[in-house]
Write a protein that binds this ligand. Structure first.
Ligand code: UTP
Length: 402
C-alpha cells in the first residue's frame, strides 16, 4: 500500500486534496522514495530502552593518567604521526534548543571579538597537530538542512587555517517525522517533514558517502568522534588515544566525574558484560548512590560525547541495526491551509539512532577521565544550564580570550 492510501495519513491526504495534479505527481514521487517502516518504531518506543543487567566499570582516572602520562602521550603521538588517527565532527544536528537558524558551529562564542564554535574546535585540533607535526584528516557530518551553510562557512573563513585537503564533508541520512498518532507531518505541498536520523548513523553515512576508500587509503585505524557543541573539546588527544591503545581496547570514551549522584548524565558502565551507557533516568536510586569503599560513586563517570573507535571494528558492525529511539520534539510543519506552524510544545516524534548505542556493540571500552573545567563546556541552550553563558565562563577559566 502506498503511504497516501493509508487512511491514518490525514495530513498527506488533505494536502493531496488541495494540490494541483503536478504537485501531487511530485509529492507521490517523493513519498515513494521513503522507507516508511520507520513509523513502526512508534509501537516499540517503550521497549527500545529495555536494558540488561548493569554493573560498574572502572575508569582510568586522572591519578593514573598523570602517572602514566608520558607513556600514553608517546603512544598516541606515534599513532597520529603514522597517520592512523582521523577525527569526525558530528554537526548534523538541528540545535533546536539553541534556536539558531544557522548551523550550530557558526555560533559566535566571542564577546569582544569574533570567535566561532567551528573556529575554536579547529584551534583545539591544531594544538595537537602542531605538536605531532602532521595534520589529522577531519571529517565533518552535516545534514541536508545545514550542509550548504556549513561548507560555505568553512570556505568563507578559509577553513580557519586548517588545510582544506584534510577536510571532508559528508551528509547524514534523513527520516520522516510524524505527530503522536503516527501521521506524517508536511513541510510543503510536495515535501513531508524530514529530519536528521540522529548521531548514531555517522559511520554508515560515511560509508554511503564513499569515504571508506579515503579512510583505507590513508591507513586510518582510529576514529575520534565528537559533538560540535563542546567548545573545550580536545580532539585527537594523544593521551586518550595512547591510553586506549595501551589498554588493548577497541574503543574509549572520555568521561567526567559526576558532580552529584543525581546529575543528569549518561554513565559509562557494563550491561550484560558489554560496555554500555546507562542514561540518568534508567538508573535506580540504589545504583545512582552506590559507593565504593573509598567513598567514590560506583557509577561515577558521565560521558561527554567524545569517543575513540577502532576503524576495523566499525567496519565489522557497519551493517548491524542500531536501536531507533523515538523522541518527542517540537516539529514545525505546514497545515493543509498552507500556514506554517511553529509549535511551542512537543507535537510529534522524530526517529534517531544514537552514537552511545555504538559503545554497546564494542567488546570493550575504556572510560578515560578528563577534568570537566578543562574539557567540557557544552552549549545546548543560550542561557541557563549547558549554555553559551556557562561555556563562556569555562572558556575564560581556561585562559581563552573572548
Ligand atoms: P544533540 O543531541 O545535542 O542535538 O546533539 P542537537 O541537534 O545539537 O540539539 P537539539 O537537541 O536539537 O537542541 C549532540 C551532537 O550530535 C550531533 C549534533 O550536531 C551534536 O554535535 N547530531 C545530532 C548529529 O550530528 N546528527 C543528528 O541527527 C543529531
Amino acid at each position: 500500500m502506498n503511504i497516501w492510501e493509508d487512511t491514518n495519513q490525514s495530513y498527506i491526504r488533505a494536502m493531496m486534496e488541495k494540490n494541483t495534479a503536478g504537485e501531487n505527481e511530485a509529492l507521490k514521487e517523493r513519498l515513494t522514495a521513503i522507507d516508511w517502516s520507520i513509523l513502526e518504531h512508534i509501537k516499540r518506543r517503550e521497549t527500545v530502552n529495555e536494558r540488561g543487567v548493569f554493573a560498574p566499570l572502572d575508569a582510568v582516572e586522572t591519578g593514573e593518567i598523570e602517572a602514566r602520562g608520558e607513556e600514553f602521550r608517546k603512544i598516541g603521538l606515534q599513532a597520529i604521526r603514522d597517520g592512523k588517527v582521523g577525527a569526525v565532527l558530528l554537526a548534523g544536528g538541528q540545535g533546536t534548543r539553541l534556536g539558531l537558524e544557522k548551523p550550530k558551529g557558526t555560533l559566535n562564542i566571542g564577546i569582544d571579538r569574533e570567535l566561532y564554535l567551528f573556529e575554536q574546535l579547529i584551534r583545539n585540533l591544531t594544538e595537537v597537530t602542531d605538536e605531532a607535526g602532521v595534520f589529522v584528516p577531519f571529517y565533518i557530518m552535516t545534514s541536508n538542512i545545514n550542509h550548504d551553510d556549513t561548507v560555505a562557512f568553512f570556505e568563507e573563513h578559509a577553513y580557519f587555517g586548517y588545510p582544506k585537503e584534510y577536510v571532508r564533508f559528508f551528509v547524514q541520512e534523513m527520516v520522516p517525522a510524524c505527530d503522536f498518532e503516527g501521521r506524517v507531518l508536511m513541510e510543503s505541498s510536495t515535501e513531508p517533514v524530514m529530519s536528521p536520523n540522529g548521531n548514531g548513523g555517522w559511520f554508515s553515512s560515511m560509508v554511503s558517502a564513499g569515504l571508506l576508500s579515503d579512510i583505507r587509503a590513508r591507513g586510518i585505524e582510529w576514529l575520534n568522534v565528537f559533538a560540535v557543541d563542546n567548545c573545550l573539546q580536545r580532539i585527537a588527544d594523544p593521551m586518550f588515544i595512547g591510553a586506549t591503545i595501551a589498554y588493548g581496547c577497541e574503543s574509549g570514551a572520555k568521561v567526567v566525574r559526576k558532580a552529584a549522584p543525581d546529575e543528569r548524565v549518561g554513565v559509562l558502565c557494563t550491561e550484560d558484560g558489554r560496555p554500555s551507557i546507562a542514561e540518568y533516568y534508567e538508573m535506580t536510586e540504589e545504583m545512582a548512590t552506590a559507593r565504593k569503599e573509598n567513598g567514590d560513586l560506583k557509577y561515577g563517570f558521565g560521558v561527554i560525547l567524545n569517543y575513540l573507535f577502532s576503524e576495523k571494528k566499525l567496519e565489522q558492525i557497519a551493517d548491524a541495526k542500531m536501536p531507533i529511539h523515538v523522541v518527542e520534539k517540537k516539529i514545525p510543519y505546514m497545515d493543509a491551509d498552507g500556514t506554517f506552524v511553529k509549535p511551542e510544545q512537543p507535537n510529534g516524534y522524530k526517529f534517531e539512532t544514537l552514537v552511545l548505542d555504538m559503545v554497546h556493540m564494542m567488546d570493550n571500552c575504556i572510560p578515560y577521565e578528563v577534568v570537566r573545567e578543562r574539557e567540557f563546556a557544552p552549549i545546548k541552550n543560550l542561557h541557563g544550564v549547558d549554555s553559551l553563558d556557562t561555556a563562556r565562563e569555562l572558556l575564560k577559566g581556561c585562559g581563552i580570550q573572548l
